[in-house]
Write a protein that binds this ligand. Structure first.
Ligand code: DQA
Length: 148
């Protein structure tokens, strides 16, 4: 088996398909799981996809990776925590694995508060505005980074 990629999703992403389809499209969270799984498999890798609305749970998952070393890269859509959480950015450097940040929408073309990310300075790559397909690109890049 090739690289294992941990795909993390922050708050409200479980509501994809219902939540502002004019911004995030009609695809569901199940579609996110499918896209990531397929993208990893195409590269001979494996993706584990998780979502939480609880920031503490997200931090525990990241700390778990630092201890277990069971994934070689992270793909993360931090959702609203992108713009608010120093704690999340601090946690993401602890496992010392590459991080790819993904956003479904083009956050740079939206409200001013979405144009600052606490995560981008510690990310190896940032993908925004590609819809759910962006998850596929992010996993693909994460596999490259995991193998380099
Ligand atoms: C998002 C953009 C964020 O600004 C927003 O809070 C989200 C989703 C995106 O995928 O486009 O929840 O990360």
């Amino acid at each position: 088996m090739g690289s294992r990629i941990l795909v993390l999703n922050g708050p409200n992403l479980n509501m994809l398909g219902v939540r502002q389809p004019e911004v995030y499209g009609d695809g569901s969270y199940a579609d996110v799981v499918e896209i990531c799984t397929r993208s990893a498999r195409n590269r001979g890798a494996e993706a584990e996809v998780r979502q939480t609305n609880d920031e503490a749970e997200m931090l525990v998952w990241i700390h778990g990776l630092a201890r277990e070393r069971d994934f070689s890269a992270i793909v993360i859509n931090p959702a609203a925590w992108t713009h608010t959480s120093v704690a999340l950015a601090d946690a993401l450097v602890i496992p010392e694995v590459p991080v790819v940040e993904v956003h479904i929408s083009n956050v740079h073309a939206r409200e001013g508060f979405r144009q600052h990310s606490y995560v981008s300075p510690i990310a190896s790559a940032v993908i925004a505005g590609c819809g759910l397909a962006g998850y596929g690109y992010a996993v693909d890049r994460a596999v490259d980074l995991a193998q380099s």
